[in-house]
Design a binder for this molecule. Structure first.
Ligand code: CDP
Ligand code: CDP
Length: 223
């Protein structure tokens, strides 16, 4: 069974996807972490974020490895643990440029399909329902207002001791959404058969419960 969760930045995708996967005993795959890892690789090697040829050449010589973990899956670049580094502003603010490169997308989508072919999966990202897993039995397009998404990121940052003003977070979220929605290759958009879930006024538990209901319906239809 495949569950695809897409949506804009900070809508709650990874938090919810992780909990849904845990409840169902499915594997969780964070595709954003893959694009972040490629961006981290370019950063470490001093490669321009728009230089597709150089990024693809470096990627051929770099091992990106994911290890399932609780609460977060760990990410390694040639055995260097970059789990935390890929969440820093340098990466967050440049990942949309790297993820717009067609050859990078093709490589990541192939990897994601390989992972999904092996097991029951909950995968979150931007193009899972439209491109990566078009036959997923459950597709969710998760949204929330920009103000609420920035507020959630702000609270999360405070807990980590990061002090970015709310206004800056709003601007960063809007800029990333714009880049992700307007790129030429598999832009962020709702799949025709995806369920739109606005979480602006919903708690994490309420969102998880709703998705588990949709899964139940899909499972019953399969039996
Ligand atoms: O968690 P957050 O919403 O901040 O972002 P993420 O899921 O970690 O994704 C980081 C970036 O990777 C996005 O802004 C997109 O540019 C890119 N991405 C993508 O293009 N396609 C995906 N399936 C997942 C992420
Ligand atoms: O993966 P994505 O960027 O879509 O979002 P996230 O990193 O899962 O969620 C961003 C923040 O919003 C986290 O700190 C979650 O705990 C919080 N959140 C929330 O407060 N209420 C929700 N319904 C969903 C997420």
């Amino acid at each position: 069974m495949q569950i695809a969760i897409d949506g804009p930045a900070s809508a709650g995708k990874s938090t919810i996807a992780k909990l849904v996967a845990k409840k169902l005993g499915f594997v969780y795959c964070d595709t954003g972490a893959m694009y972040r890892s490629v961006t981290q690789m370019a950063h470490e090697q001093g490669i321009d974020y728009g230089d597709q040829a150089a990024i693809m050449a470096a990627l051929a010589n770099t091992q990106i490895r994911f290890e399932p973990g609780d609460p977060d899956q760990k990410v390694f670049l040639n055995n260097e643990d970059v789990t935390r580094a890929i969440r820093l502003p340098e990466i967050t603010n440049n990942v949309s440029q790297v993820s717009a490169l067609p050859e990078v997308r093709e490589a990541m989508v192939n990897l994601q399909r390989d992972i999904a072919a092996k097991q029951n999966i909950v995968m979150d990202g931007r193009d899972i329902g439209t491109t990566v897993l078009p036959d997923a039995q459950v597709k969710i397009f998760m949204i929330a207002s920009v103000a609420e998404r920035a507020r959630r990121r702000f609270v999360e940052n405070q807990q980590k001791g990061i002090d970015t003003p709310l206004k800056t977070l709003e601007e960063e979220i809007e800029a990333r959404d714009h880049k992700d929605s307007t790129r030429a290759v598999s832009p962020l958009r709702q799949a025709q058969d995806a369920i739109l879930l606005d979480t602006t006024e919903l708690s994490i538990d309420e969102v998880v419960a709703k998705i588990l209901e949709y899964v139940k319906v899909a499972q019953a239809a399969q039996d």
